[in-house]
Write a protein of this length. Structure first.
Length: 102
């Protein structure tokens, strides 16, 4: 014997269909915006990786160039703080070259 579909089952099914549609619309919008951003980045000479789309700096960047500079500086600072301790003989040289590079 099959259980009867109740009014609540119909409402839940309709609600889940609407939720699914909203999620698909949001995902399509996100994908379209990422494609536009990727084209703009490539036109400006930047070639981002997957991390670029999930990285959110504290201060919102005004342009793609500013986002890429923030990302680059963050990675450079992380590299510097991680590796400078092991390169004590080259510390001054590395510190000077990094401080003059930006």
């Amino acid at each position: 014997m099959q259980p009867k579909e109740t009014l609540l089952d119909g409402i839940i099914q309709q609600f889940m269909t609407q939720i699914g549609s909203a999620i698909k619309t949001a995902a399509d919008c996100w994908k379209t915006n990422r494609k536009r951003a990727l084209v703009e980045m490539a036109d400006n000479g930047w070639y981002p990786n997957w991390f670029t789309f999930f990285y959110a700096p504290r201060k919102a960047p005004c342009s793609i160039n500013e986002l890429m500079e923030i990302t680059f500086r963050r990675k450079l600072e992380r590299y510097y703080s991680k590796n400078i301790r092991t390169m004590s003989k080259s510390r001054t040289y590395i510190k000077n070259s990094i401080s003059t590079s930006y």
